[in-house]
Design a protein around this ligand. Structure first.
Ligand SMILES: *Cc1c(COP(=O)(O)O)cnc(C)c1O
Length: 301
């Protein structure tokens, strides 16, 4: 439905000085509005909605949510209804203005109301109110979300020849829930390793969530690293300076919540000699640039 994400070599001075070769898969470029890993995570959910004869999709997220943004844009593009359940109280972020413009119906749940989303009876009233809509978990997660990410592997492999590679050793990407990483690990049969740069601090159950999606028998062909720099959505001058330098050298935009932190974690691993000389890695640009518009650098939840 959307074109392949382009794969190209990533040219940065700190990579040139190292023995590590990196290509970048630009999920941020698949579409002007439906951007990033969220589209891949949504694919199988949308197919399930279609198979169930649903008229649309209901899901949830915050006022800067890349997930709701991609979902609302897809609903507008492909002509299905979307309802968003939002964390907190009404605010007009650039993301929320887009959600309205894309025709998503919004309900603000407050903070306590949003925290209740994991409770068993949370969906009941919403299912009664919108019986014709298919519910999708926060962030497009779960097994359907992970399996849609197998296409990321397919798209990268199709283009290896274009960059003069016949093979690669692994993946490097930002992790929130770990759903995208789980999808890559599930799609990789030859034991290529996926490195997950966690944008959330330890203790958020990312490892357990990934293991749950992979099943206990799965070999651990992945490694998680803390890239959160003290908290989700926390930034600091070193990170912001690093992002600005990488953007001007490469011409590629990054945002400070996920992709910028993942790239900085990669530089740290390269400089610490944690990656074997001659390694070929694919860095997944997971998108998220729409959220950058509302970003002021202060902490938000
Ligand atoms: C949501 C998001 C992630 C995290 O994806 P998970 O599948 O939850 O790990 C990474 N990068 C960007 C830009 C995102 O929007």
């Amino acid at each position: 439905m959307l074109p392949d994400a382009p794969l190209h070599r990533l040219d940065l001075d700190w990579l040139r000085e190292s023995g590590v070769d990196v290509a970048i898969l630009r999920l941020d470029l698949i579409d002007p509005l439906i951007s990033g890993n969220k589209w891949f995570k949504l694919k199988h959910h949308l197919r399930a909605a279609n198979d169930a004869g649903a008229e649309g999709v209901i899901s949830l997220g915050g006022a800067h949510s890349n997930h709701l943004h991609a979902l609302a844009a897809a609903g507008k593009r492909f002509g299905f209804a979307t309802v968003g359940l939002l964390r907190g109280h009404p605010v007009e972020t650039p993301t929320v203005l887009d959600l309205h413009a894309f025709g998503m119906e919004l309900h603000w749940l407050g903070y306590a109301g949003y925290r209740a989303r994991h409770e068993a009876d949370f969906w009941l009233p919403w299912r009664q109110r919108y019986p014709q809509l298919h519910p999708v978990p926060e962030g497009g997660g779960g097994v359907d979300g992970a399996s849609g990410c197998a296409d990321i592997v397919v798209q990268a492999r199709r283009q290896l020849g274009h960059i003069g590679w016949d093979d690669y050793d692994g993946w490097w990407l930002a992790c929130g829930t770990g759903t995208t990483l789980a999808g890559l690990v599930l799609a990789e049969s030859q034991g290529r390793k996926a490195y997950g740069a966690m944008a959330v601090p330890e203790g958020h159950g990312v490892a357990q969530h990934i293991q749950q999606m992979l099943g206990s028998s799965m070999d651990r062909a992945y490694e998680l690293l803390d890239a959160s720099r003290g908290g989700f959505a926390r930034t600091d001058p070193e990170l912001l300076t690093f992002i600005a330098e990488c953007e001007s050298q490469s011409g590629i935009p990054f945002e400070p919540l996920y992709t910028g932190k993942a790239l900085l974690a990669l530089r740290q691993a390269v400089e610490a000699g944690q990656l074997a000389d001659g390694s070929k890695l694919i860095f997944v640009h997971t998108g998220g640039l729409q959220g950058k518009r509302g970003f002021t650098g202060e902490r938000r939840r």
